[in-house]
Design a protein around this ligand. Structure first.
Ligand code: SF4
Ligand code: SF4
Length: 410
C-alpha cells in the first residue's frame, strides 16, 4: 500500500525508459570554481588524472576532484581551475578501494575516506535512528536521472545502503520509490529477494515527493515539523545517488566526480547523460542534437525549482535536470485573484499569497507569524498560480530572514 501527503501537485513523469542507457559525456574541458575556505593543491600546467584532488577544504567539506584527466590552467577572482581533457581518462592512484574490509573501519574513518573521494554525508543526528530512508525519487517532473541511475547502478545503490546502515548505526532501510517509477522498484527488488534489512516501498508520485519530510509522511503516515531535520527524529535520509557513490568510492575506488543529468526539450523528448562536474551545458546541448546556431533557453534543475542559465553554466552535483526551450518564456505577473490554489497545494500548509504580500510590504512581523520558516522551497505555489506571481521568492526570503534572526539570537 502507498500513502500520500497533503498538498503537492501531480505532474507528468518523464518515461524512465529502462531500455535506453545513458550516454557518457567526455567534455573538452571542465571548469570548477574553488569555493572560499578551500586550498588549491595543483599548479598551472600540472597533469591530473580522474579523481585527483584539485583543492582541499579547511572546513571539513569534500575535496574538489577532477572528473577527467588532462592539463590544469588557473585563473583568479574568483579562483577557477580548468582541466583541459587529454581524452585518456587515466584513473588516479589516490582513489583506490579501501585496503581492508569496510567492517574494519569505524564511522569517522569512513566519513573521512568519503571526503577524500569527493563525498559528504548528512551528520548522524540521532544516537538510535529508527530507519534509513533512501530517496529513489526524481527531484523534478522533467527528470529521469534517478531512474537511470537505479537501472544502471542497482548493485552499487544496494551496496551503498549496506555501508550506510553501518555508518548510521541503523538496522533497516526503506527505498522509497514513487509509483510512476515502479520499474525501478522492480529492479531493486529483483536483487534484494525477500526479507533482509532493506525493503522497497512505493509512495505517492505527487511532487515534491522527494522532499524528506514529505517522503517520511508518505511512508509512515506521520507528520514531521518541517523546521526539524528528519535525521534528528530518527530518519536519516539519503538519495539513491549518494548510496551508489558511497559504494563506488569505498568498495571500487571510483571517486564522486560524475553524475546523471537529464536533458529534456520540455516534456517531449528526454535523454540522460553521465557527466563530469564542471562540464559546460553547451556540450550537453550539442550532445542532445540541438541544431547548430539555433538559439535556445535553458533551465537548470528542471521546471519546478529550476533557474535560468546559459550554455556557459557548469554542471555540479545538484544539476540533475536541464530543460531546453526554443525561446525563453517571459511572463509578466498580474494581480492576485484570491483563487486559493497556492494554499491548496502547499505541502506544509502555508498561506503563500499572504506571506508573499507581507514580504513585499516588508511587514516581517506578520510574515513571521505565518511561519514562513517552514517553507521547503518546492515551488508548488508558483506552478499553480494563474497570475504568475513568484510566491516562492517572497516566502523564501522571509524564511532566510527568520533563520538569520534566529541564529543571531542563539
Ligand atoms: S510556500 Fe514554500 S513550501 Fe509552500 S508551496 Fe510555496 S515553495 Fe512550497
Ligand atoms: S494562486 Fe496566485 S492568484 Fe491564486 S491566491 Fe495564490 S497568489 Fe493569488
Amino acid at each position: 500500500m502507498s500513502n500520500t501527503f497533503i498538498g503537492g501537485i501531480r505532474l507528468p513523469y518523464m518515461n524512465p525508459a529502462p531500455d535506453i542507457p545513458s550516454e557518457p559525456i567526455s567534455p573538452a574541458q571542465i571548469r570548477l570554481t574553488v569555493p572560499e575556505g578551500f586550498r588549491l593543491v595543483v599548479g598551472a600546467g600540472a597533469q591530473v588524472s580522474v579523481g585527483e584532488t584539485l583543492a582541499v577544504s579547511e572546513n571539513g567539506l569534500p575535496d574538489l576532484l577532477s572528473g577527467i584527466s588532462g592539463t590544469v590552467t588557473l585563473s583568479d577572482s574568483p579562483a577557477v581551475v580548468t582541466v583541459l581533457n587529454d581524452g585518456r581518462n587515466t584513473p588516479s592512484a589516490a582513489c583506490a578501494p579501501l585496503e581492508k574490509g569496510i567492517d574494519l573501519y569505524d564511522g569517522e574513518e569512513l566519513r573521512e575516506a568519503l571526503l577524500k573521494r569527493g563525498l559528504a554525508l548528512p551528520p548522524a543526528e540521532n544516537k538510535s535512528p529508527l530507519c534509513l530512508i533512501v530517496d529513489c525519487c526524481e527531484h523534478d517532473s522533467f527528470s529521469s536521472a534517478a531512474a537511470r541511475l537505479i537501472f544502471e547502478k542497482t548493485e552499487a545503490v544496494l551496496g551503498g545502503i549496506r555501508i550506510l546502515l553501518k555508518l548510521f548505526g541503523v538496522g533497516k532501510a526503506i527505498c522509497a520509490v514513487p509509483k510512476p517509477m515502479y520499474e525501478c522498484a522492480n529492479a531493486l527488488c529483483a536483487q534484494l529477494g525477500s526479507g533482509g534489512m532493506i525493503r522497497t516501498k512505493l509512495v505517492s508520485g505527487k511532487y515534491p515527493q522527494h522532499e524528506p519530510h514529505m517522503l517520511i509522511s508518505a511512508l509512515f503516515n506521520i507528520e514531521l515539523n518541517p523546521a526539524v531535520t528528519p535525521g534528528r527524529v530518527g530518519y536519516p535520509t539519503v538519495t539513491a545517488e549518494t548510496c551508489a557513490a558511497v559504494y563506488e568510492a569505498l568498495a571500487l575506488g571510483i571517486p564522486y566526480t560524475t553524475a546523471y543529468i537529464t536533458v529534456s526539450e520540455q516534456t517531449l523528448v528526454s535523454k540522460n547523460y553521465y557527466v563530469p562536474f564542471g562540464t559546460a551545458l553547451s556540450e550537453l546541448v550539442s550532445a542532445f542534437g540541438w541544431p547548430e546556431g539555433e538559439e535556445y533557453g535553458l533551465r537548470v534543475g528542471g521546471g519546478m525549482t529550476g533557474r535560468s542559465a546559459d550554455g556557459s553554466f557548469r554542471t555540479a552535483p545538484d544539476t540533475f535536470a536541464v530543460v531546453l526551450t526554443a525561446e525563453k518564456k517571459k511572463s509578466v505577473p498580474r494581480a492576485c485573484i484570491s483563487c486559493g490554489r497556492c494554499r491548496a497545494v502547499c505541502p506544509v500548509r502555508l498561506l503563500p499569497s499572504l506571506i508573499a504580500e507581507y514580504a513585499a510590504e516588508e511587514n516581517h512581523r506578520l510574515a513571521g507569524a505565518l511561519h514562513a520558516e517552514t517553507c521547503i522551497g518546492c515551488g508548488c505555489c508558483n506552478a499553480v498560480c494563474p497570475a504568475g506571481i513568484d510566491l516562492k521568492a517572497g516566502v523564501w526570503s522571509e524564511k532566510l530572514r527568520l533563520l538569520e534572526e534566529g541564529a543571531s539570537h542563539e
